[in-house]
Design a protein around this ligand. Structure first.
Ligand code: BF8
Length: 501
């Protein structure tokens, strides 16, 4: 069964509205309407806010874990006073007043753990407290996750450079040894790219955020985002797929049984069935493993079934040129356009591409919006825009992987500073139109904590409860002058687009 077929499996109708509580064995309790209560007495808004907080805690753990693995690789500790140094002072004061200023250093992992604690059976029953804690985790995600990971990436490998590069499955080369790099940590991705330059027969291609990193930092072609990862192996032309952490579908383990592809895991947290495990902890390990994997891949090419080389003729032209490699330094250009009233505002389209949604509709609408707005993009959305030929480097800017969303926050901060106003006083909006992972929600709540309007275009948790909706749209306005809202229809999103500021 492939992804499309698995998507046809029935979805739980209660769970898909966020109304299912599985936090204890009185349950699962299904809270079908706004008057329903669980066995313990929890109402719908409590269940939704607890579920949301747990979702975001996990997303935040992913991004903070990303930074931690990078720090470990270079033998450094979490920096102290990081949030104080990176965030505007007026926001720190607001966060302090609301009781959501995170703890320092490694203590922020305690904040993640306390979120699990407060959302468990019989702890907090105040849904507003739980939602405010989602914002606290958003701040942690933003600084100890996104900012720190991006800073470490740039410290080790330097800043990206604007350049042309290629995306989509056609970047696989049937005449070469193809090595796909999937996951999120740049440590191995960069090491194998460097090592591969010693060989004429190696073709490195990226998948998901490692793909976005390699594309924007080194101009390495990106073959796939999340929904195309199985298709990469399905070409039958991949000698090795090396994966580390996050967004690697377990289905790959079964899929490689049908092909000669070797699946190699490189992070101790993420073992997989049918995979060879080659652990990488340090940059030195990465260099050693890179050499070994290149050897494995070159040896494996002879096992390729030649039928696939013929079949590849059908997709070899699926290769699109894109201008990539922007970073926060683009802010001056954007600020000038704002000052000259050439644009109405800045929209960031970030996050995943969910196969349950109609991505074509969103791409069409983003293409229309680029006439009036500067569009910033990262992660799998950036790939989707590139794949559709929209990244010409004029109105839509590719800023890298999902942890590089900190570059969007820096752009917002710099523009607001230059105009001597708060971030929330500028026409900025962040949208995750078709999210999949918990990480997308952590990022969304980070931007909301900065005072930026945040849109989700698909969301099975925030739906259908008026108190939750009121808090995220109205109470947030009171504290942050921003809102978090859900609009699943792309045309309606465009028609009703207006900023809170
Ligand atoms: O962090 S956009 S599917 S690859 S979560 Fe995953 Fe979503 Fe893609 Fe990278 Ni981001």
């Amino acid at each position: 069964m492939n992804l499309k077929e698995r998507l046809k499996q029935p979805q739980c109708q209660i769970g898909s509205k966020g109304f299912c509580c599985k936090n204890c064995l009185f349950g699962p309790c299904l809270l079908i309407n706004e008057k329903s209560k669980g066995v313990c007495g929890a109402n719908q808004e409590l269940v939704i806010s607890r579920n949301l907080l747990r979702f975001i805690a996990s997303g935040t753990a992913n991004h903070c874990g990303h930074a931690l693995h990078m720090l470990n690789a270079i033998n450094e500790k979490f920096p102290i006073n990081y949030i104080e140094n990176k965030s505007p002072k007026y926001l720190q004061n607001l966060w302090k007043k609301l009781g959501i200023l995170p703890k320092v250093g490694y203590e922020h992992f305690k904040d993640i753990s306390e979120s699990l604690h407060m959302s468990s059976f019989g702890v907090s029953s105040d849904y507003k407290q739980l939602l405010l804690n989602c914002l606290k985790l958003g701040i942690i995600d933003g600084y100890y996750g996104l900012y720190l990971s991006t800073e470490l990436e740039e410290k080790i490998y330097g800043k990206p450079k604007v350049r042309e590069a290629f995306v989509d499955l056609g970047v696989i080369n049937k005449d070469k040894v193809n090595i796909a790099i999937h996951g999120h940590l740049p440590i191995f991705a960069e090491a194998i790219t460097k090592e591969s330059r010693k060989y004429k027969d190696i073709n490195i291609i990226g998948v998901c955020c490692n793909g976005a990193f390699l594309l924007s930092k080194l101009g390495i072609p990106q073959a796939a985002n999340i929904i195309l990862q199985e298709d990469v192996i399905n070409t039958g032309l991949i000698e090795v797929m090396a994966v580390d952490l996050q967004c690697v579908m377990p289905s790959l383990s079964d899929l490689i049984e049908c092909f000669h592809t070797k699946l190699i895991t490189t992070n101790e947290l993420a073992m997989m069935k049918n995979a060879i495990h080659m652990p990488i902890k340090t940059i030195k390990d990465a260099k050693i493993v890179a050499k070994k994997i290149i050897k494995i891949a070159r040896n494996n090419k002879k096992n390729r079934n030649k039928i696939y080389e013929k079949k590849f003729e059908e997709i070899k032209n699926r290769k699109v040129k894109a201008v990539v490699g922007f970073d926060e330094r683009i802010w001056k250009n954007i600020n000038n356009r704002l000052k000259d009233k050439k644009i109405k505002g800045v929209l960031a389209f970030i996050g995943c591409v969910n196969a349950r949604c109609n991505e074509k509709e969103w791409i069409k609408i983003i293409n229309e919006l680029k006439k009036d707005y500067v569009i910033l993009t990262t992660g799998c959305m950036a790939f989707e825009l590139a794949k559709n030929g929209l990244l010409d480097g004029k109105n839509i800017f590719h800023l890298g992987s999902c942890v590089n969303n900190s570059r969007i926050a820096e752009i917002f901060k710099n523009i607001a500073n230059a105009n001597k106003v708060k971030i929330t006083d500028m026409p900025f909006l962040v949208s995750a139109p078709i999210p999949i992972t918990e990480k997308c929600f952590a990022i969304g709540f980070f931007f909301a904590s900065l005072g930026v309007d945040v849109h989700f275009g698909y969301n099975t948790i925030l739906r259908s409860n008026k108190n939750i909706k009121n808090f995220l749209e109205k109470s947030l306005k009171k504290y942050f002058h921003s809102k978090i809202f859900l609009e699943e229809n792309a045309s309606n999103f465009k028609e009703n687009l207006k900023f809170s500021f």
